[in-house]
Design a protein around this ligand. Structure first.
Ligand code: ZN
Ligand code: ZN
Length: 340
């Protein structure tokens, strides 16, 4: 089969490799669409150390079941499916609590570290454990289903934020899906902060009550102005650098919650007194744990739309070129989905 292999950092080759065989608890899936994740682009140049070559990347995928392992009873050949990017063990302390994203033996499809290597979906076929797969409704195209992981991250973050009906929310950094997830969860007003006017316009069209460009406005003052000087009930921080986290913290009201999703900077300095004396809750959010069926349903009924984020659907053969363009941060280029 064909596979796009990261042979060395910044070098992707489309090569012929052996077709994988499903073990007894696995599915063999014929990939129909696989999204290039930001984490793949950061792994591609070696900056994260989580894509040790050689590796087939790709964990945001959907396809058709080609074969099922002998111990798999609830799937059959021909079904349209997607799968979680996280492979959890199902046996550890955290898995037993339902926090599968925190599994002690967590592995990620299409990721290689010194501890594990899992071949991903920038290939004609991939094998995954049946326990992380979900069937897709017919009205959800494969190219949209390939964005479910991104939706699940946002839905998980919103579920941890403690949002209540009619709460005011600020989304810091192009969180188009976080914005829609907050709306769906019952937020009254959602304000979106970003540095890119194109993305802010998109946010407006997806239901943002107000959009604010942090390049040309004192956004914290603006948020306070929009909330009678009080601040919003909750902030969703989708960037993860010192300035954006500070914006989120200073935009919430006393007793409010800041949910941290972005983590571009491994460490930042933070205004401790403002958090302690205003009793702000800081909540980290990692991947998702069990939100896939909810996300499939939200996307199927149009409550969360991913089509406006989809820039290109291209053949796998063009994968190397699209990785380069994403790595070069081509303006306006958002989600790229590859089709083997
Ligand atoms: Zn991803
Ligand atoms: Zn586990």
């Amino acid at each position: 089969m064909k596979a796009l292999v990261l042979s060395e950092y910044k070098k992707l080759d489309l090569v012929e490799v052996a077709k994988p065989q499903p073990s007894e608890e696995e599915l063999l899936i014929k990939i129909q669409a696989c999204g290039i994740c930001g984490s793949d682009v950061h792994g591609y140049d070696g900056s994260t150390g989580r894509r040790l070559p050689p590796i087939v990347m790709g964990h945001e995928a959907a396809g058709i079941i080609e074969a099922v392992g002998t111990a798999v009873s609830d799937f059959r050949r021909g079904q349209r499916v997607t799968f979680d990017s996280t492979v959890f063990c199902g046996k550890c302390f955290f898995c037993h609590r339902g926090q599968v994203n925190l599994c002690n033996r967590r592995e990620v499809i299409g990721v290689s570290t010194p501890g594990f290597r899992r071949m991903g979906a920038f290939a004609e076929y991939v094998t995954v454990p049946a326990r992380i797969a979900y069937t897709l409704p017919d009205n959800l195209p494969f190219s949209h289903a390939a964005l479910i992981e991104a939706v699940s991250v946002a839905v998980h973050a919103v579920s941890l934020s403690g949002l209540e009906l009619e709460d005011t929310v600020v989304v810091v950094g192009a969180g188009m899906i976080a914005l829609q997830a907050a709306r769906t969860a019952g937020a009254g007003k959602v304000y979106v902060i970003d540095q890119d006017d194109t993305r802010l316009e998109l946010a407006r069209s997806l239901g943002a009550s107000e959009v604010l460009n942090s390049r040309d406005r004192a956004v914290v003052d603006a948020i306070l102005g929009l909330t009678n000087g009080r601040g919003v009930d909750a902030a969703l921080e989708c960037v993860g650098v010192a300035a954006s986290v500070e914006m989120a913290v200073e935009s919430v009201r006393k007793g409010g919650a800041v949910t941290l999703v972005g983590n571009i900077s491994p460490t930042i300095e933070i205004g401790l007194q403002s958090i302690v004396t205003r009793q702000i809750r800081l909540q980290g959010s990692c991947a998702s744990s069990g939100e896939y069926p909810t996300c499939i349903s939200l996307m199927s009924r149009g409550a969360i739309r991913v089509d406006p984020l989809l820039s290109v659907v291209a053949p796998l053969e063009e994968g190397a070129a699209w990785f380069r363009r994403l790595h070069d941060r081509e303006p306006g280029l958002m989600k790229v989905v590859l089709q083997p």
